[in-house]
Design a protein around this ligand. Structure first.
Ligand SMILES: [Zn+2]
Ligand SMILES: [Zn+2]
Length: 173
């Protein structure tokens, strides 16, 4: 499914869901859905609120929270809890089958696409369980934090060396 089709498709699904559960079909709700599906990656509620404010479609926080609950309920949005961070969300369609690399030091989250990491899911059926999508959390230290740690260690080493040399020179005196 191409990108424009996905946006149409999710709108239709949302309409079916709203009708079925007798929720009101407000333009705000559709605007939020479309906004989520026109941006990539993960977001938390604050960042969604802020980008919605800039997109000249102003919605209240109450509407935003209420709509996210509906979108979670009908499966158009997925909620993540990466470590101890605030909940993050992402769109469900057109975004399937990726893993998340979460840095336990700085909390950054990177998406990682590798079909080989979880091969059984490729078969689409696990013990007669039909897989719609999967998501894996891999915790570790990101490359930025690793570089930072090495730099810190070098700094400490250098500081240690200096102390050594000053000790030696003061001894000489
Ligand atoms: Zn990090
Ligand atoms: Zn993701």
């Amino acid at each position: 499914m191409d990108y424009a089709n996905i946006r149409e498709h999710v709108k239709e699904e949302f309409t079916i869901y709203l009708n079925k559960h007798k929720h009101r079909k407000t333009p705000e709700r559709y605007a939020i859905l479309d906004h989520i599906y026109s941006s990539k990656g993960h977001f938390d509620m604050d960042s969604l609120y802020n980008t919605m404010q800039n997109s000249n479609f102003r919605v209240s926080r109450a509407t935003l929270y209420n709509t996210i609950e509906l979108l979670l309920d009908c499966g158009l949005v997925v909620k993540h809890q990466f470590g101890a961070n605030v909940s993050q969300y992402e769109r469900a369609y057109g975004n399937e089958n990726h893993d998340h690399l979460i840095c336990i030091n700085c909390g950054s989250v990177r998406e990682y696409k590798n079909g080989n990491l979880f091969v059984p899911a490729k078969q689409k059926t696990l013990e007669r369980f039909k897989v719609s999508y999967y998501s894996m959390y891999i915790y570790g230290i990101c490359s930025k934090c690793q570089r930072h740690k090495i730099a810190e260690e070098r700094k400490l080493e250098k500081a240690g060396d200096k102390k050594e040399t000053t000790k030696k020179t003061s001894k000489k005196k």
